[in-house]
Unconditional design. Structure first.
Length: 287
């Protein structure tokens, strides 16, 4: 029964595959919980920083801080693209790369020279395959990025912006809404654009003074924007991987069920044929 042995081999192969994808789904679900906690913790701090900067901001102060400099035209820009080091996450990395390419094309059509900074092996490998020059590559940031790593990414970009070598800096990342929704988005992190005030202005007791406070808060705001993008992307990766592995596990189960039905029908047909041959042989002997 060559066909039966072939079907049994395929069933065994898919059963092994289902075990692997099921295990990967559970690992991703475990990492997702921890990553989600980091996202939840990062968002209020970012919101508080933005609100304080909005309350302290004034046109007079803006002229004193390079990070608040609003260029008339963007002649040179940088894009920080965040991707993952591993695949098996559906279209997660593909959508991020596409978002970065769209943003890059839009800036270049506006006359800007764009340099690309990439985090993650998937993004770096893609642009290396295309032959696209990259200003920097980082592949050492894992599933749980740290504030120190965010500082390492943000500091050279902020220094280049302060020196006037860059007119704008954007970060492309995955915004985590739920395990099923991790859309790619991009934010302009430089120049720092204070959000509009919501509600009545807060009455602060400032010490030592507003300029000194902004001197510390503005770099912290940029670092936190990069950190939040990192943790959102890390969380989105685990959500996308969990979803992809669950779909793969379910599909493997459907294939196994289909192959088992095919095997049972083939086995039933073989048994029926063998019984018919035995009956025919017995009738021949009796006749």
């Amino acid at each position: 029964m060559a066909k039966g042995r072939e079907l049994k081999g395929r069933i065994k192969s898919f059963e092994g595959m289902r075990k692997i994808t099921s295990t990967m789904e559970m690992v991703a679900a475990s990492k997702l919980k921890r990553a989600h906690d980091r996202v939840v913790a990062a968002r209020p701090y970012a919101s508080a920083l933005a609100n304080v900067i909005a309350d302290l901001y004034s046109p007079d102060l803006a002229e004193r801080f390079p990070l608040l400099r609003q260029p008339a035209t963007v002649k040179r820009a940088a894009i920080l693209l965040l991707t993952s080091n591993r695949g098996l996450a559906g279209g997660f990395n593909t959508s991020l790369i596409r978002e970065a390419q769209t943003l890059k094309s839009t800036l270049e059509r506006g006359g800007a020279a764009v340099e690309l900074h990439v985090v993650g092996k998937k993004g770096a490998g893609y642009f290396k395959f295309l032959g696209t020059p990259l200003a920097s590559v980082r592949t050492d940031i894992g599933d749980f990025p740290s504030a120190a790593q965010a500082t390492e990414l943000a500091k050279p970009l902020a220094l280049a912006f302060n020196a006037g070598d860059l007119d704008a800096v954007y970060v492309v990342y995955a915004k985590y809404n739920s395990p099923l929704s991790t859309p790619p988005v991009h934010d302009a992190i430089l120049p720092v654009t204070p959000p509009a005030r919501t509600g009545a202005a807060r009455d602060y007791l400032l010490f030592p003074d507003a300029p000194s406070i902004l001197q510390e808060l503005l770099p912290a705001y940029v670092r936190n924007a990069v950190y939040r993008a990192l943790v959102e992307t890390a969380c989105g990766e685990q959500g996308a991987r969990r979803t992809a592995m669950k779909n793969a596990t379910d599909n493997a189960g459907d294939l196994i069920d289909s192959l088992r039905r095919t095997f049972n029908r083939a086995r039933q047909a073989q048994i029926t044929q063998e019984i018919a041959e035995i009956v025919g042989g017995a009738e021949a002997l009796n006749g």
